[in-house]
Design a protein. Structure first.
Length: 659
C-alpha cells in the first residue's frame, strides 16, 4: 500500500504490515519487501556511528542511550520499543547518530515545537500531504455510516518516562480534560463519546455521522488524546488529588487547580510531563531563557529500515529570539540548521541566496495558504461604531478596490504571487472563482463609489465620517513578527487615505496579540492573518475563512463563532441568517462521507461567503523558502508549507541526520 488514504465508507483494518507500508511511502517511496536488494543507482546506506544492540530483538540504538543501558538506568532497546514499532523509510539513506538540530522562534507558546518535534497523534499526514496514515494507532476501523471509529493502539507503547501508554490515557483525556467543564469550559460542538474496549482498543462514537473525522484527527493538535499521560497528570486534577492539590497550586504560583492543570499539561511549560515525541524538552519556556533544548526520547516508538531506533539526532535546540532579524543573522552565520518560520520574508531571499557558499542551501515550500494576507475587520467589535462600519459590505468592497495589489506583489513579495481574494487556491478542487477574483482591480473611482454608498460625508481633510459623525480611523493590531503584514499595510495606508479612510497600525509582541485578537477580547478594530487552508483537505477541514466557526481564529466575527460552538455561551452572539445557513451547511458536510456531496455543500458555503465578503485578500502566495545546512541529510528539497500539515513534521525530522 503506497500512501493509501483511510476509507471512510467501509470498515477498514490497517494491520501492522499495512501501516508500516504506508509510512514507508515517504516522499513517494514504496515499502520494500523484506531483505529486498537496493534499487539500481540507490545511494549507499551509511551505518550509524557505533550502533549498539542492547536487547535480543536485533534493534540498535544511539550510543548515548547504550551508555545508560550499561549503567543499569535504562532497559535494553527491545524492551523500550512497542511490539510493532513503526518503520520509517529515510528519504536518502540510513543515517548516523549524533549532533544537535538548531532552530529558532520568536514565539514562546510551543507552536514551533509542534511543527518540528511534537506531531505524534493517533493518525498523521503522509510526507506528501496526500493521505492520512496510522501513527500511535496501529489501525482503525470505520463504520459504514461514519458514526463509529475503533482505534487499535500499538501494543506495549510507552511514554518517555517508560510508563505504559494505554487506552486509559485516551479515556482520561476525554473524560477528565475534554468533557470536564472546568478544564474545557466550551464543550466540543460535535458530540461524541470515547470508551475503552481493552488496554489497546478505544471506541470513538458520534451522535451523528462524522464523515470528516479521520481527516480531522490527523490535523496538528486537533485531537490531543495522545498528549495526556493519566498516571502523571492525575496529581494536578481535582477529581484524583484530594490531599495536596492546594499546596501544588500555591507552590507553582497558579490561581486555581484548573490553571495548574492547564499549565502542567503543556510540554513547553512543563518539561517533566511524559510525551510521545522523538525528543523531550529539558526545560520549560521561562521568560528569561534565550533557548530551550530537548533530548532524544529513549522510548520513542519508531525505527528505520535497518532496525535503528529513531531519532538519529541526539538533541534539538530552539533559540528564542527577540525578533525576526536576530534569527536572520543567526541563519546567515550558520547558527540554524533547518529553518523556515520567521526568516523567510520575501525581502530576505536574495540575501540568503547570495550567501549559500556559507554552507547552507535553500529549499522550496509549496504554499497551501488561502492568501498571503487576509484583512479582517472586526464585525463583533465592542465599539458599536466600529462594529457598524465593519459590518457594512459596501465599505469593505470599497476598501478592496482601494488596494494596489500589484504594487504589494512587486514591492513586498518581490513579484511573487498573483492578485486574489481570500479563497481556496486555483489548484484546489474546492476553487471558487467568484470568491477569488471579485473586487480585485485597483480602481479608486470604484472605491469611492462604494465608500460613498456607505459613508459619503467627509471632514476638512477629506477623511470619511462614520455613523457617529467622527472620522473613521481603523486601528490594525498586528503581531510584530509578521513583517510582511506591516510592510503591506504601510502601502495600503496611503491608497486608503486617498479615498478617505484613515488607517493606523499598532504592532505588539506575539503574546499580547494572542491575548488581544485571539483571546476573549472584542476591543480591536481589525487584524490580519494567514493560514494554510487553501489547498488539500484543509480547505474543508478548517473552514475558518468560509464562516465563523473557530473562536480563536475567526477574527472578523468571534462572537458568532462562539454561538456556533455554544449558543448559550457567555461570549456568544446570534449571527445573521446567511451566516447561520453556512453553519447548517457545514453540519451537513460532517454528516456525509460522500466526497462529491461534501464538495457540493462547501460550494454553497462559498457562494454565501462571496456575497458577504468579510475578508479582504491580497494575493495568492508564490513558493516560500527555507534554509538547510548542507551537512543535514534526509531533508526534502520541496515540502508543503502549512500549520495544518504541520511543516516539517510529516516529512519525518526523526530521520534527519548530520553527515
Amino acid at each position: 500500500m503506497r500512501g493509501r488514504p483511510i476509507s471512510r465508507r467501509t470498515f477498514l483494518q490497517l494491520g501492522a504490515a499495512a501501516s508500516t507500508a504506508a509510512l514507508l511511502a515517504a516522499c513517494g517511496q514504496a515499502a520494500p519487501a523484506p531483505d529486498a536488494p537496493a534499487a539500481p543507482g540507490a545511494a549507499p546506506a551509511a551505518a550509524p556511528a557505533q550502533p549498539v544492540v542492547t536487547g535480543s530483538g536485533g534493534y540498535q540504538e544511539a550510543p548515548m542511550l547504550s551508555e545508560r543501558v550499561r549503567a543499569g538506568s535504562l532497559p535494553p532497546v527491545d524492551q523500550r520499543l512497542p511490539k510493532n514499532p513503526i518503520v520509517v523509510s529515510p528519504l536518502e539513506s540510513v543515517g548516523t547518530y549524533g549532533g544537535t538540530w538548531r532552530t529558532g522562534s520568536i514565539e514562546r507558546n510551543g507552536n514551533d515545537l509542534h511543527r518540528n518535534i511534537g506531531y505524534e497523534q493517533l493518525m498523521r499526514y503522509s510526507p506528501n500531504y496526500d493521505a492520512v496514515i496510522p501513527n500511535i494507532a496501529e489501525s482503525v476501523e470505520a463504520s459504514e455510516d461514519g458514526t463509529e471509529y475503533i482505534f487499535h493502539l500499538r501494543e506495549d507503547l510507552k511514554w518517555s518516562d517508560g510508563s505504559p501508554f494505554t487506552a486509559d490515557d485516551v479515556v482520561f483525556w476525554y473524560e477528565d480534560v475534554l468533557m470536564n467543564q472546568e478544564v474545557t469550559p466550551t464543550p466540543p460542538s460535535i458530540r461524541f463519546t470515547v470508551s475503552k474496549v481493552d488496554d489497546y482498543t478505544v471506541n470513538w462514537t458520534f451522535e451523528r455521522p462524522n464523515g470528516l473525522f479521520l481527516k480531522d484527527v490527523a490535523r496538528v493538535n486537533n485531537e490531543r488524546a495522545c498528549g495526556h499521560p493519566k498516571a502523571y497528570l492525575t496529581r494536578f486534577h481535582a477529581r484524583y488529588n484530594t490531599e495536596d492539590l492546594d499546596d501544588l497550586v500555591a507552590e507553582n504560583e497558579q490561581n486555581t487547580w484548573v490553571d495548574l492543570f492547564n499549565f502542567m499539561r503543556e510540554p513547553h511549560n512543563n518539561p517533566d510531563i511524559p510525551t510521545m515525541w522523538p525528543w523531550k524538552l529539558q526545560a520549560g519556556f521561562g521568560t528569561g531563557l534565550t533557548s530551550v533544548s530537548a533530548e532524544r526520547n529513549p522510548y520513542y516508538f519508531k525505527v528505520d529500515t535497518a532496525n535503528n531506533q529513531l531519532p538519529y539526532i541526539d538533541r534539538y535546540v530552539l533559540e528564542l529570539a527577540t525578533d525576526n532579524e536576530v534569527l536572520v543573522l543567526k541563519a546567515l552565520n550558520g547558527e540554524l540548521d533547518w529553518q523556515e518560520q520567521w526568516i523567510n520574508a520575501p525581502r530576505n531571499k536574495s540575501v540568503f541566496y547570495d550567501n549559500q557558499d556559507r554552507g547552507y542551501h535553500l529549499f522550496d515550500l509549496t504554499p497551501t495558504t488561502v492568501n498571503s494576507m487576509n484583512i479582517l475587520l472586526n464585525q463583533n467589535c465592542s465599539d458599536p461604531v466600529i462594529r457598524e462600519i465593519a459590518q457594512n459590505t459596501d465599505f469593505r468592497i470599497g476598501l478592496s478596490y482601494a488596494i494596489n495589489r500589484q504594487e504589494l506583489i512587486d514591492v513586498v513579495y518581490l513579484s511573487q504571487g498573483i492578485p486574489a481574494q481570500t479563497a481556496p487556491r486555483p489548484e484546489s478542487k474546492y476553487y471558487h472563482e467568484r470568491l477569488a477574483t471579485q473586487y480585485l482591480d485597483y480602481d479608486p473611482a470604484k472605491a469611492n463609489e462604494y465608500l460613498d454608498k456607505a459613508y459619503p460625508q467627509k471632514d476638512s481633510e477629506g477623511f470619511r465620517l462614520g455613523p457617529d459623525g467622527n472620522r473613521i480611523s481603523l486601528i490594525f493590531e498586528i503581531d510584530s513578527g509578521r513583517t510582511t503584514y506591516i510592510d503591506n499595510l504601510e502601502l495600503i495606508k496611503k491608497t486608503w487615505a486617498a479615498v478617505g479612510v484613515e488607517m493606523n497600525v499598532r504592532t505588539m509582541d506575539r503574546a499580547l496579540w494572542e491575548e488581544r485578537v485571539r483571546g476573549s477580547s472584542f476591543d480591536y478594530h481589525a487584524s490580519c492573518h494567514i493560514f494554510g487552508g487553501g489547498a488539500g483537505d484543509a480547505v474543508i477541514l478548517d473552514p475558518r475563512y468560509w464562516f465563523p466557526q473557530n473562536t480563536g481564529n475567526s477574527f472578523w466575527a468571534k462572537a458568532w463563532a462562539h454561538w456556533y460552538v455554544n449558543p448559550d455561551g457567555p461570549l456568544a452572539e446570534e449571527p445573521p441568517a446567511q451566516v447561520q445557513r453556512q453553519m447548517e451547511l457545514y453540519k451537513e458536510i460532517r454528516a456525509t462521507s460522500d466526497d462529491a456531496r461534501q464538495q457540493e455543500l462547501l460550494r454553497e458555503i462559498l457562494d454565501i461567503q462571496a456575497d458577504l465578503f468579510p475578508s479582504i485578500g491580497v494575493a495568492y502566495d508564490g513558493n516560500f523558502y527555507g534554509i538547510c545546512v548542507d551537512r543535514l541529510k534526509n531533508t526534502p528539497a520541496v515540502i508543503p508549507s502549512s500549520w495544518d500539515y504541520p511543516t516539517p513534521a510529516p516529512s519525518n525530522p526523526n530521520t534527519f541526520y548530520f553527515a
